[in-house]
Design a protein around this ligand. Sequence first.
Ligand code: SF4
Ligand code: SF4
Length: 393
Amino acid sequence: MGMLNLNDITTIAESLNRPALAITQPRCVRVRNRNASCGRCIDACEAGSLQVVDNALELTLSLCVNCGACAAVCPTEAMLMLEPKRTQLASDLEALRVYYARTRDLQDKPLVIACARQLSRFEGMQERVVGVPCLAHMDVPLLLDAVTKHPAGVLLVDGNCATCKLGWCSERMDAVVGESCALTEAALGGRSSGEMTVKRASQMPSHVQRKTGEEEFDSTKRSFFSNAADEMKLTVLSAARTTLEEKLGGNQKSIAEQLKVKENGSLPQYPMPQHMEALDALDSLEPAPDAQFDSPLFALIDIETERCNACGMCATFCPTGAISRGASLPGTRTVSRLDFLPCDCVACGLCEDVCLKKCLHLRHDVTAEELFSLDPLQFELGANASKRTLPFA
Ligand code: SF4
Ligand code: SF4
């Protein structure tokens, strides 16, 4: 059996009628509140496999092509690609980085990440490349993590998007690459970065091509990779069975149950490990306090406190707990202050969408000092606050 290619991956996923991704419904802001305006995953999915139906985000299995675009743009990490899992991809990238760092002739060369279409015809040194079904699986935090740890940069090699059935992802990939480079530059603030940058190409670079005299090694590696391909198919099959069993298990809580309001008056809140990965990567570059990150990944809020009536919708629906009830009026449960921690905000926009008085506004021009501060911004609420008691409190 030959090496696993894009057709293999999509055919396996489709023939097993298996979702290529898992959705954690209560993380999705559209599920948390019907007034949410986010639809980034739906916009990113040109296969038309995602839609919101009856307050749930639904995937049409037969249309999903496992490009990964939806998961990469979701601010709340509501989607998990299953093949490959993002954690697996991150650990493959880390292994590649270590391999490059330990190999003298690779230390000043970019890490190579290639799509399955490119890999299916590649006969060079595969151990120098990490493969993904489509480059749209790469998100900004993954790229930031790689590029800040490997100053020679990252090269994304496509299989010629212009003729690929997943070609719609190309434009979005350009945006992800641009975003990663802009954030790195902002954190470095003009300090020398070497080649600490993400680039794209449609041809494999010379440092992963095989030189003459390596035919014997070549055939060994070929057999290694054909075995690996078989392994991968088995893994896909076994993952599919597990998913199916989980689906049939019948022990799933309904979305309404999962969205039960907690004692502190908020819907369930979630850690955002990918968001933290991006923060860690930028922090490792030791940005100046006034370095400005103008990015859709991060946000600050402004509250017109004199108009706010302390309805508390923002804190109730925030999926991360970035906004919280800071203090109550003495002897009451009426909120008198809202706290906001920028590093916990994933800029999903839900707080702005649900604000009944339209007095909360998001902005994206966040400085490093604001982003990395562990002291929350505090909004003392105006006289109107005392007239309302928080719902659910
Ligand atoms: S929060 Fe994520 S899953 Fe929900 S609509 Fe936005 S992008 Fe899609
Ligand atoms: S503070 Fe607002 S934009 Fe930030 S994570 Fe919470 S709801 Fe989303």
